[in-house]
Design a protein around this ligand. Structure first.
Ligand code: NAP
Length: 227
């Protein structure tokens, strides 16, 4: 890990006599929206997290060959959305890493960076967690973090639960239902492209950024087809 990458991480773990709980909110965030914000807030509350670090993936592993908005724009929107919450932080950690973004690399580096009394929780959407076993070095990831899978109402977690159990890997996965996840990045992009309102789906500052930088203006039909 470079000195710059280390400097971009929040300090945590100073008091060796207590456990600190760090949430890592992993996603493409194209764009970030209230579903993500509510997920992070409810995960923080449910798992008693000290801090949630929003970490936009630089070059998402399962989106190679697909069009994804520039990482700097996705990071800037994440920064805007999280700025007002003292328990949230936005991180350049994955966008500054060269090459495909693998979660195992992030967890290995964070584990090496923080003292033992900092416990890692990786938060993401349940659809992504369904494929957890196909992620690079799944066995190593299972040892490094507790996983929090955010589900939409009505989402059946049994398939993911069975798949992970059958693997025999020591994954600790917690499922939390987030009604606000009816909001999706795909839908926001499509609405912007169609000239429709996205107010109240994400922060005003994020909407302002989308407008100012002309994001999602072109037809996203081909993109939504592949997502
Ligand atoms: P995705 O397939 O775009 O997302 C799957 C579903 O989860 C979508 O419905 C998405 O909704 C939702 N979602 C994504 N991130 C979320 C979050 N933090 N909280 C709540 N819901 C969320 O997944 P992705 O964005 O590519 O990947 C998610 C995370 O898993 C990233 O950190 C990525 O690096 C990691 N990952 C790692 C590997 C690997 O290491 N090989 C492979 C795949 C994914 P929205 O579209 O509305 O966000």
């Amino acid at each position: 890990m470079t000195a710059d990458a280390r400097a971009s991480l929040p300090e945590l773990g100073a008091d060796a006599s207590r456990e600190y709980r760090l949430g890592i909110m992993g996603g493409t965030f194209d764009p970030i929206h209230y579903g993500h914000m509510v997920t992070a807030e409810q995960a923080r509350e449910a798992l008693d997290l000290d801090l949630v670090l929003f970490m936009p993936a630089g070059s998402p592993a399962f989106k190679q060959g697909q069009r994804v908005t520039d990482a700097e724009d996705r990071y800037a929107m994440t920064l805007l959305a999280t700025a007002a919450n003292a328990a949230f932080d936005a991180s350049r950690f994955e966008i500054d890493r060269v090459g495909v973004t693998y979660t195992v690399d992030t967890l290995v580096e964070l584990r090496a960076h923080y003292p033992e009394n900092v416990r890692l929780f990786f938060i993401t959407g349940a659809d992504a967690i369904l494929d957890l076993l196909t992620w690079r070095d799944a066995g190593r990831m299972a040892e490094l973090a507790t996983f929090i899978a955010a589900t939409r109402p009505g989402y059946n977690i049994e398939q993911a639960r069975r798949r992970i159990e059958a693997s025999g890997l020591p994954f600790d996965v917690r499922y939390i239902e987030i009604p606000a996840l009816a909001i999706s990045s795909t839908n926001i992009r499509a609405r912007v492209a169609a000239g429709k309102s996205v107010r109240y789906l994400t922060n005003e500052s994020v909407i302002g950024y989308i407008r100012k930088h002309g994001l999602y203006n072109e037809s996203v039909v081909e993109r939504t087809d592949v997502l």
